[in-house]
Ligand binder design. Sequence first.
Ligand code: THU
Length: 138
Amino acid sequence: MKSSGKKPSSKENQNLVRAARKAMTHAYAPYSHFRVGAAFLTSKGELFSGCNVENASYGLSNCAERTAIFAAIAQLGPKLNIRAVAVVNDQGVPCSPCGACRQVIYEFGPDATIFFQSANGWKESHITELLPEGFRLK
Ligand code: THU
């Protein structure tokens, strides 16, 4: 497993999960009824969170992870470094970031640790384990 420079402490993980759960309560998920929350820590210690936002035109739905990242860029500007991400859902079922979100996380967090529920309980993975050979232009 590739080591991530600064893996989050268990206290940081707890804070991330708490923030993700809070954001999850804001989810707009009338189609799937699957509420998701995500939160992440930047390398400077800032915390951002987001929820999924669905649409009647299903394909336009936005995942919690991307909502959080795009909100952070809007607030902080483009110099974002994601250190750790937590993802939760309201059904307590396995839920790792989708492929699109993995690529977006990788753009701003090539060394990020992802904390999510797997089929075998909570799991911590490096982004490159979830997304081998991620695409980069620079
Ligand atoms: N979803 C997320 O927000 N994040 C994930 O990691 C997996 C899926 C959302 C998208 C959609 O609103 C709902 O879950 C069902 O796919």
